[in-house]
Design a protein around this ligand. Structure first.
Ligand SMILES: Nc1ncnc2c1ncn2[C@@H]1O[C@H](COP(=O)(O)OP(=O)(O)OP(=O)(O)O)[C@@H](O)[C@H]1O
Length: 302
């Protein structure tokens, strides 16, 4: 059950490339399945404007990937998949299956993304602002992490800059220039690796996974920021000596005594200290993180 994770910029030709790869697998008689954000019920690119909607979408994709992994089928996960920690979670599914695995990255320039976006039917376009936002949010794969390799970086650009070998005759060509006309997608290499490459082994993968997976860092960051926000809001109306209750912490260890007004820089400085300390002891249990942070603040706020 090989897994291919496609990651990239919005409107960067990901699905076009995935469809091409799927053709290659078909020619080889290899069973495959494409899991793509567009198949999510009620999908709209605007989902990426709202954190909660995007989170639901990510959960759906992850569970589809997990459920679809069967012995011989190639799973191609086609989406933005732009969060490192999320790609790590998908990788875990593949590692449990001791299968081949790779990442395909498609991240042409912002201009190219905007241009490609304009080529799509209106109903499947992103707004210009959303493209720019997603470009900023994009976390590039880094091959120093085991879950980001092998990495095949697809090059898409203008034909005038392409090597003759990169010009892709199968790609849609709009004679109205400036059009991206080439995409070097390494189909053969990818298919060869997925069909005959080295399979992940559980040990190898487990040993090389860093202690702190990035989804832990996201959770840690978000939860501690929430605590800071609660304190800043609560202290506006609090009286000296009052216990401020922090939601999400364990009962009995969920208060901070309000003695004086705290500033954002002061709280953030402590938050950063706590985050750095916690990296050595990763947990994705939100309650533990919040309770730990409350305890840390009680010990360190003077
Ligand atoms: N190399 C290329 N040259 C010219 N046009 C291309 C190329 N690749 C893709 N396109 C066109 O660009 C548009 C966007 O491509 P595609 O839908 O594959 O992008 P995507 O990254 O999957 O988008 P999304 O982020 O919405 O999932 C389509 O109209 C497609 O036909």
């Amino acid at each position: 059950m090989p897994l291919i994770i496609v990651t990239g910029h919005p409107s960067s030709g990901k699905s076009t490339i995935v469809d091409r790869l799927a053709e290659r697998f078909k020619e080889k008689g290899k069973e495959y399945q494409i899991i793509r954000d567009e198949s999510y019920g009620g999908f709209d690119r605007k989902n990426y404007e709202f954190a909660n909607k995007e989170k639901d979408l990510r959960s759906w994709i992850r569970s589809e990937v997990q459920q679809s992994l069967t012995k011989n089928k190639v799973i191609i996960c086609d989406g933005l998949n732009y969060i490192k920690g999320y790609r790590y979670e998908l990788f875990l599914a593949a590692k449990m299956s001791k299968t081949t695995y790779c990442v395909i990255q498609c991240s042409p320039s912002a201009d190219t993304c905007h241009w490609l976006n304009e080529q799509k039917p209106e109903s499947s376009r992103y707004s210009k602002e959303l493209i720019d936002q997603l470009l900023m949010r994009y976390e590039r794969p880094d091959t120093k992490f085991r879950w980001e390799k092998p990495l095949f970086e697809v090059k898409i650009g203008k034909a005038e800059k392409a090597l003759p070998s990169e010009i892709d005759d199968d790609m849609p060509v709009d004679l109205e220039y400036p059009a991206p006309r080439f995409a070097n997608i390494f189909d053969e290499e990818i298919v060869e690796w997925i069909c005959n490459g080295t399979e992940l082994t559980e040990n190898q993968s487990t040993q090389t996974v860093p202690l702190a997976p990035t989804n832990f860092l996201h959770e840690l960051d978000r939860s501690t920021q929430d605590v800071v926000t609660v304190i800043l809001n609560a202290q506006r109306t609090a009286v000296r000596g009052q216990n401020l209750t922090i939601p999400g912490a364990t009962d009995g260890a969920n208060t901070i005594k309000f003695m004086k007004l705290r500033t954002l820089p002061e709280l953030n400085r402590l938050r950063h200290q706590f985050v750095n300390m916690s990296k050595k002891d990763p947990t994705t249990d939100k309650e533990k993180i919040i309770t730990g942070f409350v305890d840390f603040l009680n010990c360190n706020l003077r």
